[in-house]
Design a protein around this ligand. Sequence first.
Ligand code: FES
Length: 113
Amino acid sequence: MTDDPDTVTVVVTAPDGERHELAVERGRFLRDALCEAGLSPYAAATERLNCGGRGLCATCGVRLPDGPPPDHPHDRLAARFGYPRLSCQVAVDRPMRVELVDKRVWGGREDDE
Ligand code: FES
């Protein structure tokens, strides 16, 4: 928990269950804060091939169990139908929990044992 009024606590759960607590500058976009902390919302293939946070490519999705109300058309649909929200369209203005989505490409090979 942060005591600084200019920062907000964001608790991030990675797909493997590992938890990270970030102190994020109030008003920053969630995508930027996640990337800066090394907790990318992208899949490996879209790490570089994305729209740069313009809300166009839908590759930066995360789950926000108690995030702010959606105000982007994609996010309104996401909230309605239960799919991930665009982290590039979420301004961090309150403490929130973030769940990173496992975005491994299906069809990938298991490690040889
Ligand atoms: S980075 Fe493209 S929609 Fe978020």
